[in-house]
Design a protein around this ligand. Sequence first.
Ligand code: NAD
Length: 332
Amino acid sequence: MRQIRTLGLLGTGVIGSGWAARALHCGIDVIAADNNPAMEDWIRGSVDNAMPSLDALTADAPTPPKGTLTFTTDALAMARSADFIQESVPETLDIKHQAFAAVSAAAPADVVIASSTSGFMPSELQAGMTHPERFVVGHPFNPVYLCPLVEIVGGSATSDETRAAARTFYESIGMHALMVRREVPGHLSDRLQEAMWREILHALNDDIATTGELDDAIVYGPGLRWAFMGMNQVYMIAGGEGGARHFIKQFGPALEWPWSHLKAPPLTDDIVDRFADGTAAQAGGRSIRELERIRDECLVAIQRVLKKHDIASGATLNRFEAHLKSMAERRD
Ligand SMILES: NC(=O)c1ccc[n+]([C@@H]2O[C@H](COP(=O)([O-])OP(=O)(O)OC[C@H]3O[C@@H](n4cnc5c(N)ncnc54)[C@H](O)[C@@H]3O)[C@@H](O)[C@H]2O)c1
């Protein structure tokens, strides 16, 4: 596998800029390509904004000199110079297909091309590419610079070497690589999130609760647990000494009723208003930038607490800092 000295980015919006910050923090140079020249200011501003949080996250480890960020509107020039390419253009199949056809024809055959797609399956994305075996989905979470999860999904043409190379690269920049066994629309995490969001929209539509009340139903209860134990482990514990078998016997029958809906409600103007007005009321006049700052400070604080328990994202952070320390020893 190539040593990744230069990360090439295609698309430098919310997700592309997050990838840039994470890589630069690890001393990797970034060539960021976007067909909108105005995105240069955006990505530079986003990276500057992310760096203090990344420094705070890895405060116990020496970090290498930051990589260098270069911006271009020439995707092919990016493709010829990058050791690994991460695509984060809009979630539209045509745009992605066109971008992959051009970039894969220009990039050397041993350069992995990964997509941040939230929901497309890798087999549908890699169709028509040059060397489709080096294509893989690497689906991150926002903000990419602080959330360690990346879902790695191969398509029918993806090689095992590509999956392994993607895993090695993502782990070297502090991520938790979740190897998804089989491609399905929405991968794993977004399927789970979608099920919950569908219920939220039903609750708004049925006038059961506001967006704020529904968010309270998460953050004061289940959400507190989910940062370190997923739903399955939490339910096992909730079964007491009888564990998961007792839990499913007690609460499983409710699935037959069921409490929740299986189809989303139609997205009427009224639901859109309730969602938008409700979340604006929750923001209480704070700007998106202010909310991002609060989010980022909490994400850093939570991971640094979990680090002491060496669990979940805290365990990933321990491995990341150990990697940064071994890189520093090699530099000395
Ligand atoms: N926003 C999220 O929370 C999130 C989370 C995980 C994954 N994703 C996925 O990441 C991808 C990007 O999402 P985003 O939210 O960053 O979008 P975005 O709209 O913020 O950014 C997309 C960028 O791509 C650029 N672009 C469009 N066509 C291009 C082309 N042909 N070549 C180069 N650049 C091009 C646009 O100018 C824009 O800057 C999508 O596939 C999305 O599903 C998004």
